[in-house]
Design a protein around this ligand. Structure first.
Ligand code: SAM
Ligand code: SF4
Length: 330
């Protein structure tokens, strides 16, 4: 299915929980987080029903995210059920890696194709300062386990002015001798009220990140990328892996966006910068039939904003910083 701007629906990002065992400062405040009551989070059965319907509309790829997916019990049996959904050919997940290492062999057995591991620094003190938890050793165990298991690995590093600029080159260096991609993400304003974010406080945009990396690593040579990719991928001379830059704040990738987001409470987001649109939980729990749900999903996708700037304009002013990426799922 295509939206009104001719973009296909292929990819679903599914936030299985809004809870997390870290408190990354760019994502959440340290205290006072209001998690959803369990009864307001979609059950796995409800998520499976929606995913199956969306697969019927063309979704081929599902990424499990959160919150931290591994803090929700029953994740692996759910992945096993997803693996049997007709039409779904690609299951991947995004994790902070704190609890993940012991599950990696099972993820490989279930056919999980790829894991994005969030890692903003290799320095234990800076890790603890950014995430407000001293968990770098556990994350590095997950890093090793994923490489050993042969699961495709991407590192996600948020670029934060004044916090981890010294880490960009050491993180990129992970790709020198390993078959992985290290992707640098422009910081976005969604931080659950943790700090006031604006163009002035988020100055590390794509061009500046690229220039910084090139100063230290030499030329970043653009690589061809499949349509719908948010990362611009680059080859670096002498590197086995690649580096990427995700213009999440500049929003240069909207023209080929092929994705929907489902929040843990069952909100359908047709753009990262949009508000919760369709309340699927209300429809599901109000007795909607599959036909009702399909019509609602099709209409929501068809009418989505042309890009992230248009979606932002449709929101009440200055609201972005009050939202947390743990609700949206990244
Ligand atoms: N807890 C998991 C994790 O951290 O990988 C999955 C959910 S997390 C919300 C998904 C991704 O969003 C992570 O890679 C995280 O770094 C990124 N993220 C969170 N807040 C962000 C922000 N304000 N700007 C840019 N990226 C952000
Ligand atoms: Fe948790 Fe991921 Fe948000 Fe960090 S970015 S607080 S790990 S949900």
């Amino acid at each position: 299915m295509l939206d009104a701007h001719g973009r296909p629906l292929e990819y679903l990002r599914l936030a299985v929980t809004d809870r997390c065992n870290l408190r990354c400062f760019y994502c959440m405040p340290e205290q006072g987080i209001k998690y959803l009551p369990k009864s307001e989070v979609l059950s796995y059965e409800e998520m499976l029903r929606l995913t199956t319907l969306l697969a019927g509309l063309g979704v081929r790829k599902v990424r499990l995210t959160g919150g931290e997916p591994f803090v929700r019990r029953g994740l692996l049996p759910f992945i096993e059920q997803l693996a049997n959904v007709p039409g779904l050919t690609d299951i991947s997940l995004t994790t902070n890696g704190v609890l993940t290492a012991p599950y990696v062999p099972e993820l490989a057995r279930l056919g999980v194709r790829a894991v994005n591991l969030s890692l903003d620094t290799l320095d234990r003190h800076r890790f603890a300062a950014i995430t407000r938890r001293d968990e770098l050793p556990a994350v590095l165990r997950t890093f090793d386990a994923l490489l050993d298991a042969g699961i495709e690995l991407k590192i996600n590093a948020v670029v934060m002015a004044g916090r981890n600029i010294a880490d960009l080159v050491p993180l990129a260096e992970l790709a020198r001798t390993r078959p992985l991609s290290v992707r640098f993400i422009e910081e976005m304003p969604f931080n659950g009220g943790s700090h006031e974010a604006s163009a002035a406080t988020l100055p590390w945009h794509h061009a500046r990140i690229r220039q910084h990396l090139e100063q230290h690593l030499g030329e970043l040579r653009p690589l061809p990328a499949p349509l719908g990719n948010t990362a611009d991928e680059y080859a670096v001379a002498g590197f086995e892996g690649t580096v990427g830059i995700i213009a999440a704040y500049s929003r240069t990738f909207c023209g080929s966006c092929n994705r929907l987001r489902l929040t843990a409470e069952g909100g359908l987001r047709t753009c990262l910068y949009s508000q919760n649109g369709l309340d699927l939980r209300a429809l599901l729990r109000g007795g909607a039939t599959d036909a009702d749900l399909l019509i609602a999903l099709q209409q929501a996708f068809y009418h989505r904003a042309s890009d992230g700037f248009a979606a932002e304009r449709e929101r009440p002013l200055h609201q972005l910083s009050f939202e947390s990426m743990a609700t949206i799922g990244g």
